[in-house]
Design a protein around this ligand. Structure first.
Ligand code: HEM
Length: 224
């Protein structure tokens, strides 16, 4: 009797944990974006646009674009997969646009100050991230116009898109984290605030990784 009660409580506990982790990810993405925006005061200098657009791109738009497909924490849970796909596409366009603007801002700022480019790990990983997100978005076009990828089934395209999308998200989280180690950020916040800020991309990456891999495992199970 006690055992069956335990068995009943377990799935409920797991379901709660899944919903809670999705809600936490929405919160972390929005909080980090808001925090960096307040700190950077976009428009106060050319540099200020860089952290602002980059966190908006990766911590907000890309996180929301993936969370949209979460079976537990999607704001569009009740909508069809087709609608979710369209909104995902729009959010990813916003992500790429912001990433391009963020990159342009830091490139122009460095040019203005005569500073060399891509000399830090953050700068190097950052430029790789922006190129990857641009390629990933272009490579997603055959998901809409399937005739562009002859010989590739839609299921295979979707699988590759999800796997490469996860890699792109992890690159984005890594670049954000390295951005938070920059002199500009560390000198602007207290130690405690730094750790809280750093926790945002780390936790979000772990939760998003779990969402994407769980969806893959569930699909595999359905097929077998
Ligand atoms: C995924 C997000 C981000 C990407 C893709 C990214 C990309 C880049 C790139 C490519 C550069 C080098 C530009 C050059 O050398 O010409 C750079 C520089 C810089 N970024 Fe970011 N960034 C991101 C987020 C952030 C954040 C959140 C901050 C601050 C909190 C930040 C602060 C800086 C600073 C201070 C520099 C100049 C110093 C350096 O080159 O390392 N970045 N970023």
């Amino acid at each position: 009797m006690a055992q069956s009660k335990e068995a009943e409580a377990e799935p409920r506990l797991f379901a709660f944990a899944r919903v809670a982790s999705a809600v936490v990810t929405h919160f972390l993405g929005i909080t980090l974006t808001g925090f960096v925006a307040v700190l950077a005061r976009p428009g106060s200098s050319w540099f200020s646009w860089h952290p602002f657009f980059m966190t908006l791109a990766f911590s907000f738009f890309m996180t929301e674009a993936i969370l949209l497909f979460s079976p537990h924490g999607s704001p569009l849970k009740k909508f069809s997969h087709k609608v979710k796909g369209r909104v995902h596409w729009m959010l990813q366009c916003a992500c790429v646009t912001c990433a391009a603007l963020g990159l342009a801002a830091i490139l122009y700022n460095k040019h203005l100050h005569g500073k060399p480019h891509f000399t830090s790990w953050h700068g190097l990983l950052g430029v790789i991230t922006v190129c990857t997100v641009a390629v990933q978005s272009l490579a997603a076009v055959p998901l809409i116009y399937h005739s562009l990828a002859k010989g590739w089934s839609l299921a295979k395209l979707k699988r590759y898109h999800a796997a490469s999308g996860l890699v792109t998200y992890l690159l984005g989280s890594g670049s954000l984290l390295l951005g938070l180690t920059s002199g500009w950020f560390t000198s602007s916040v207290s130690d405690a605030a730094w750790y809280l800020a750093a926790l945002c991309p780390v936790l979000s990456a772990l939760i998003i990784m779990n969402q994407v891999t769980s969806a893959y495992v569930a699909r595999k199970r359905l097929q077998s």
